[in-house]
Design a protein around this ligand. Structure first.
Ligand code: ZN
Length: 110
């Protein structure tokens, strides 16, 4: 167990920072035992990169949904545009799902 800086983001995710201190188990210089413990936590005001991406994609998705609703009120005229937009929304949904999956995977790697 060796001690590291930890940066915690506003969303609750964190990343490890610099190595700070060896534990008692480790005698040899310059080596760490591989288990990470928190030496000090720095709270960051922003969200992590993945959450940022999710937010961004969700904003895009909301904008697409708005567009579709607008077009649907116009009747059949924008049929092709609506189809394209729906495809875009499905893609964004998939990307958001993947990002959330990645986030869950990272949280398990404590
Ligand atoms: Zn996050």
């Amino acid at each position: 167990m060796c001690f590291y800086e930890q940066h915690r983001f506003a969303c609750g995710d964190y990343k490890w920072g610099n190595f700070r201190q060896h534990c008692n188990k480790e005698y040899r210089m310059g080596e760490t035992c591989g288990m990470k413990l928190v030496f000090h936590t720095t709270h960051l005001p922003q969200k992590c990169k993945i959450c940022d991406k999710v937010d961004c994609k969700q904003r895009k998705r909301a904008a697409e949904v708005d567009r579709v609703h607008r077009w649907q009120r116009e009747g059949d005229k924008f049929h092709a545009s609506i189809d394209k937009s729906m495809e875009q929304i499905a893609n964004l949904d998939m990307e958001i799902r993947n990002l959330n999956y990645e986030k869950a995977r990272r949280r398990q790697q404590v």
